[in-house]
Design a protein. Structure first.
Length: 82
């Protein structure tokens, strides 16, 4: 599979990448500022005004980065490493 780096992406792709990076930083910051924040995917989607696929991508990325963890009840909260 061949992927484009941000520097070789077209203007639309660069904008999408920048927008996604901004959303990731904003959500990570909100979880850092409110350590007890505990949301379902639907709640996160409504709170941050994201469509379902973007919200899933963001939450998955933040889990992979160990910023968030997903509980057995399906809520997302701040990971233990941050």
């Amino acid at each position: 599979m061949v992927t484009k780096s941000a520097e070789h992406a077209g203007p639309t792709e660069q904008h999408a990448t920048a927008a996604l990076r901004e959303v990731l930083l904003r959500i990570e910051g909100e979880y850092r500022e409110m350590p007890g924040l505990n949301l379902t995917a639907s709640q996160a989607q409504r709170l941050w005004g994201l469509d379902r696929s973007t919200c899933t991508l963001v939450l998955t990325t933040l889990i992979e980065r160990r910023v968030l963890k997903r509980t057995t009840s399906g809520t997302y909260l701040r990971g233990s490493s941050r």
